[in-house]
Design a protein around this ligand. Structure first.
Ligand code: SF4
Length: 339
């Protein structure tokens, strides 16, 4: 998969309009090979620029404070869309994939070949920001082929989901037979698969394959239930707070502390910006609770030597939620509130 076009000329025109003194570039890992190209483009335009190389996984981690420390009055945040209010002026530059000519026909073909969709034609479609610009076209093309397509509106843009936010399902959940996530990678797709009661499929527009996510859900649940079972014997816990603005859920951490203490556990609250197994080394507890991005539990849990639970899994551990009601840990961003 090639890097999507960065549209640097359009970006520079927008930067000029804002007349910044100095720009701070914030860029996701997948675009780091473009740092030199981007800095060169700014330099040619005589715009002073600094690129921050700390990992940037989402707009939850906007480098607002760092821009102020570095004396930058404009942030250009690549790869994500706006989530939080900031002190510093920000241009969110999503970096979108073009809709190549086989992407939608491939999706129609794959849906028509799937037995489920031969009878069930009402689908909710979901995308990440990289495909958001094409939502209406995807809807129109699928409808022209006989599908009844719904695009939900949640806390983000229409049809847009994140690994921590599948709120776009809320107003269409009852109207659809199934969800179709248009994109690659399983993290976002699983967010909608767990949040919705309807079957969820993922259409990968690069490989033109359609997958029912049920088997991934089952595999994920087996892993998570194994960790919850392991954590049942834990007597001490470290609840992890993330200091990134869009992941900081202090009230939740304090509630979980109280609930675990009421169950007779010893609980410590620790805070860090980048959550890694190394940062937790030497903290002598039996298990961790992660109140930050659910990706840490989803993708990285095997790197941790102790069980690392989500807040939802703590509810299961404490008997406040049943295994059947397992859901992904969603983070809501309303204005400057993170819940
Ligand atoms: S919390 Fe995780 S899933 Fe949500 S925006 Fe941040 S990086 Fe993405």
């Amino acid at each position: 998969m090639d890097t999507p076009p960065l549209q640097l000329n359009e970006l520079l025109a927008e930067v000029h309009r804002r007349k910044p003194v100095q720009v701070l570039i914030q860029i996701p890992e997948g675009l780091k090979t473009n740092v030199v190209e981007i800095e060169d483009a700014f330099t040619r335009e005589k715009i002073p620029v600094i690129t921050i190389l700390d990992p940037s996984f989402g707009a939850c981690d906007i480098a607002d404070g760092k821009a102020q420390v570095l004396g930058c009055d404009l942030i250009v945040h690549f790869g994500h869309s706006k989530m939080l209010h900031t002190q510093t002026n920000v241009i969110y530059w999503p970096v979108e994939f073009p809709l190549e000519k086989n992407m939608i026909p491939g999706c129609v073909k794959a849906l028509n070949e799937e037995k489920f969709f031969q009878k069930n034609k009402r689908i909710g479609i979901y995308v990440t920001i990289q495909f958001h610009r094409h939502v209406n076209e995807i809807k129109k093309e699928l409808e022209a082929k006989g599908f009844n397509v719904f695009v939900g509106m949640g806390d983000l843009k229409d049809g847009q989901i994140l690994g921590c936010d599948a709120s776009a399902r809320r107003d269409i959940e009852d109207k659809v037979d199934a969800n179709v996530y248009f994109g690659d990678g399983y993290f976002h797709a699983l967010a909608i698969a767990f949040a919705s009661k309807k079957p969820t499929y993922q259409y990968n527009p690069f490989t033109h394959t359609l997958e029912n996510l049920e088997k991934y859900k089952e595999k994920y649940l087996r892993q998570r239930f194994g960790l919850i079972a392991k954590a049942k014997d834990a007597q001490s816990f470290a609840i992890i707070l993330c200091t990134k603005k869009g992941q900081l859920r202090k009230a939740l951490a304090m509630r979980l502390k109280e609930e675990l203490e009421q169950a007779g556990k010893k609980v410590h609250v620790v805070a860090m910006e980048h959550i890694t197994p190394q940062a937790l080394m030497g903290v002598h507890v039996d298990a961790y609770v992660n109140t930050a991005c659910s990706r840490i539990a989803t993708d990285d849990f095997e790197s941790y030597t102790k069980p690392l639970l989500t807040p939802i899994e703590v509810e299961i551990l404490l008997g406040k939620r049943t295994l059947e009601n397992y859901v992904f840990d969603e983070i809501r961003h309303i204005g400057n509130k993170v819940m």
